[in-house]
Design a protein around this ligand. Structure first.
Ligand code: BG6
Length: 509
């Protein structure tokens, strides 16, 4: 969440540069930052990977990635050439000390050429198993010595449970200072997610009613249409709770539930978010079924296409007990939120791709209109669409035109696309620029990660201690298992299903 845009010279070393993340996300993001003039003039990207590749091969591979995945579409020859001059590749083994001395030499050569000490950013785009090896090697060299100018960026998973997350954090802080560690949760880089902060704390309108007196409950839905794609091997050891709720959904919950920060400062904002995670009620495992539901998809149909069952996906155990859907009901035990339920759900192979937050307000305390006026009377609600639709919609009651007093719910809508005539940057653009600028606001601090694991670990342990019953328990292309409906219906409420009409279809209408 960059506040001033004056990046200093920087060298970005990407470990795992021959992998997918680099060509799908990282380099397209860097290229877009370059096109927008946000990168410093003196910058270099050094890809490190095991594949034997020349600089030319690497540049070509990255260009293919940009052509395929950049929000701007294909790269343009001239600008790409200019950008590609900054990319080089080091074909090397992460476990070989020589790799790190070569890196030292290259980084120093850049510093000399530029006549300055550039920022050094080490980006871990490797499988998690290699993280410790790389960090320990860096620790043995002088690569990370300048604490002001050296940073390490890590992708999730940050551990597998609370104990392993602590171990990982201890290992990292043995080499780097916490202020040098940037743990990515890419949801925090999404414009609509950051806008929750702006919406809440740059407006006086909603904050006075943003509490248990006016809000009935909150729903956070992150629905995915895709299955596990080519990541069955990873996913089968993770599951929806670890893969999505521990990080993305809990971070959204924090933004909705946090207290107003005193200043727009990385630690202040993260402190307020940690306060929320620490306030989440811990409940005994014997009541697990009342507040947590898991599901796994079977074969089914999504928009006319037949899709395989989870257990038939490549890399997945044919008897897998892993959940591809999770729904939980959480309470934040503090003055603001006492007894307001937060319902969170996420799943793969649901009918549509949509992430949204519903703030459901309480009904009016007294209904002064005759009952004939209010057949359609529904409480106010605020719907924050995170993706693919990017909008905020407030529902309220209006008088229907005509001689009689008849109420009808209507909507007030803010739509990013209409309000701002600009394509929003991708999450990785925002996050990479923040790393270059040294702004850690949108990154996960160690205590945040651990507090989030404290929330989900008891649920994971409860689930792991009893084999799931009836998996697969939802058909691909449906809204998850029946138990997820029951979870919310037992409180007399229901999920607000995202609109299944795709954006494309809406535009065509
Ligand atoms: C990742 C998960 O963190 O987020 C994936 O590992 C998931 O399983 C992805 O598909 C969803 O991200 P987005 O930005 O497409 O909603």
């Amino acid at each position: 969440m960059a506040q001033a845009l004056h990046p200093e010279p920087a060298t970005i070393v990407i470990f795992g540069a021959s992998g997918d993340l680099t060509r799908r996300k990282l380099v397209p993001a860097l290229y877009n930052l370059f096109l927008d003039g946000y990168l410093p003039n003196r910058f270099a990207v050094i890809g490190v990977g095991r594949k034997a590749m020349t600089d030319d091969d690497f540049q070509q591979r990255m260009r293919d990635g940009v052509d395929q995945f950049s929000r701007r579409g294909k790269a343009e020859d001239e600008t790409w050439k200019e950008f590609a001059r900054h990319l080089s590749f080091l074909s090397a083994d992460a476990d070989d000390p020589a790799t790190y001395s070569t890196l030292e030499e290259r980084l120093s050569a850049h510093d000399q050429e530029w006549g300055t000490k550039a920022h050094r950013i080490f980006y871990q785009a490797t499988p998690p198993l290699l993280v410790e090896t790389i960090v320990q090697h860096i620790g043995k060299t002088r690569l990370a010595h300048d604490r002001q100018r050296t940073r390490i960026v890590l992708e999730k998973p940050f551990g597998h449970d609370l104990a392993s997350a602590r171990e990982l954090n201890n290992m990292l802080t043995g080499v780097f200072d916490e202020s040098q560690i940037y743990r990515i949760d890419h949801y925090l880089g999404k414009e609509t997610v950051q806008n929750i902060l702006a919406f809440r704390f740059a407006n006086a309108l909603f904050e006075p009613i943003w509490d248990r007196r006016y809000i009935d409950h909150v729903q956070i839905t992150v629905a995915e249409k895709v299955g596990v794609e080519h990541r069955g091997g990873y996913y089968d050891h993770a599951g929806a709770l670890r893969d999505m709720i521990q990080n993305h959904l809990l971070q959204i919950l924090c933004l909705i539930a946090m207290e107003p920060p005193v200043a727009f400062d990385a630690d202040e904002i993260r402190d307020r978010k940690v306060d929320v995670l620490r306030a989440i009620r811990q409940r005994p495992q014997i009541h697990l079924h009342e507040f947590a539901v898991r599901g796994q998809y079977g074969a089914g149909w999504i928009q006319g296409e037949h899709v395989a069952a989870y257990r038939d996906e490549p890399g997945v155990d044919p008897d897998s007990p892993t959940e591809t859907f999770a729904a939980v009901k959480l309470f934040v035990d503090n003055w603001r939120w006492q007894d307001v339920p937060f319902y969170l759900r996420t799943g793969k192979r649901l009918p549509t791709r949509a992430s949204q937050v519903l703030i459901q307000f309480r009904p009016v305390p007294h209904q002064s209109f005759p009952s004939s006026a209010g057949l359609d009377w529904q409480p106010n609600r605020l719907l924050i669409h995170i993706q693919p639709e990017e909008s905020i919609v407030l529902r309220f009651q209006a008088k229907q035109p005509g001689p009689a007093m008849r109420l009808s719910p209507v909507e007030m809508r803010f739509c990013y696309r209409d309000a701002f005539d600009a394509t929003p940057p991708e999450a990785y653009e925002t996050l990479l620029l923040d790393v270059i600028l040294g702004d850690a606001t949108l990154f996960m601090r160690a205590d945040q990660v651990e507090a989030a694991w404290s929330v989900v670990t008891p649920i994971l342990e409860g689930w792991e201690s009893v084999a799931p019953v009836g998996f697969a328990n939802y058909q691909a292309g449906t809204w998850g298992p029946e138990a997820a409906e029951a979870l919310i219906a037992q409180d007399g409420r229901s999920w607000l299903q995202p609109d299944e009409t795709t954006m494309e279809e809406k535009r065509r209408e």
